[in-house]
Design a protein around this ligand. Structure first.
Ligand code: KG4
Ligand code: ZN
Length: 338
């Protein structure tokens, strides 16, 4: 069985083909970063228009890369939410239309389930059950995962997502959008210990998180210090350290609370080296293991949608002839697969 996956929920157009016997056959990605750079963030209308231009050419490229034709595809998976409604509608409409033309089923996929299952594309996939730390530009949550679709949210950010906090702090430091990876690179030159940022909401029980205060703390630190390159790197270091330490403290609690030993990290911020190191240290302490996707599948991509869609389609799920686009869609509303 071969599934073509389409991702258009935000500012990346991703298309991939997944085969349940051979694995990933092709994947194509177009990032709109340059398009939105002048605005310092994603402009939804521009995002939708660009997905309209890029999706079909990427579908053709993905078929070509896999040396296949439309007749070799058994189903289409498209991201139905959460995300920007206009952007979602492009992928959903194109996905559903292609499925109609090719006479195959179409299945709507939950974007965060896609991220959560992305480590399954790697050689050493995590066995169930596990704790998943989902850290993207729009979401930050800790989920207890018993099986595909059996998700319980143990904690989440009550304000900014971790990626959002990275991007907003990077913007304060004059870095381009999306600033997360740039801030992280700047932090590599930072001096440990020069600045100390708080670890929000770790002084009280529970797994909820808050990151908007760190951005304010960064703003105050920036305005109260010189703007030389070393100081900027030191602030970036302290900010990143605080986010990663806070996430690690919350993950430790989640492991203690559930008795689990395996942690999956996924979503854009799972590309962050410091976060991986922190969680690997934690796993070592508890005799557990950390799993994450290869860097290119941490951020948005079509491969994770093709993989998640394959699981859902095998479970008999489709959107019929309808087109599903649901900007708000809590992950714990998903159904377990049979
Ligand atoms: O998962 P993703 O591609 O999109 C959403 O679903 O939101 O995540 C994008 C987010 C952005 O906020 C970006 O700055 C952040 O992931 N990100 C990083 C790194 N790479 C991407 N944040 C920190 N360090 C990184 N290396
Ligand atoms: Zn994402």
């Amino acid at each position: 069985m071969r599934i073509l996956g389409i991702e258009t929920s935000c500012d990346e157009t991703g298309v991939a083909i997944y085969d349940d016997e051979k694995g990933l056959l092709s994947h194509q990605l177009y990032s709109q970063v340059k398009l939105h750079a002048d605005y310092g963030g994603v402009v939804p209308e521009l995002a939708s228009r660009d997905h309209v231009k890029k999706t079909i050419p990427l579908v053709k490229e993905a078929l070509k890369e896999a040396n296949l034709t439309s007749a070799d595809i058994d189903g289409i998976a498209y991201t139905a939410g959460p995300g920007l409604v206009g952007a979602l509608l492009v992928g959903a409409t194109i996905g559903r239309s292609i499925a109609y033309a090719w006479d195959v089923p179409a299945v709507p996929v939950h974007h965060m389930e896609g991220h959560l299952l992305a480590p399954m594309l790697e050689d050493n996939p995590p066995p169930f059950p596990f704790i998943a730390l989902l850290v993207s530009g729009g979401h930050t949550m800790i989920v207890e995962v018993k099986a595909i679709g059996e998700y319980q949210i143990l904690g989440e950010s009550i304000d900014d997502a971790a990626g959002e906090a990275f991007d907003k702090t990077a913007k304060l430091m004059g870095l381009d959008y999306p600033g997360g990876p740039l801030l992280s690179r700047l932090a590599e030159k930072g001096t440990p210990g020069r600045f100390k940022f708080p670890r929000p909401m770790t002084d009280r029980p529970g797994l909820d998180m808050s990151f908007s205060g760190l951005k304010t703390f960064a703003a105050n630190t920036i305005s109260g210090n010189d703007n030389d390159e070393q100081t900027r790197a030191d602030i970036a270091y302290a900010f990143q350290e605080a986010v990663c330490a806070t996430l690690a403290i919350k993950c430790k609690r989640a492991l203690q609370q559930t008795g689990m030993k395996r942690i999956v990290i996924a979503g854009g911020v799972s590309a962050n080296k410091q976060l991986r190191l922190e969680l690997e240290a934690l796993a070592k302490k508890v005799g557990g293991e950390v799993y994450y996707p290869r860097t290119e599948f941490c951020t948005d991509n079509g491969a994770m949608i093709a993989y998640a869609g394959m699981q859902r389609l095998k479970n008999g799920e489709t959107s019929g002839l309808g087109v599903k686009a649901q900007p708000r869609w809590p992950i714990d509303q998903l159904e377990p697969i049979a």
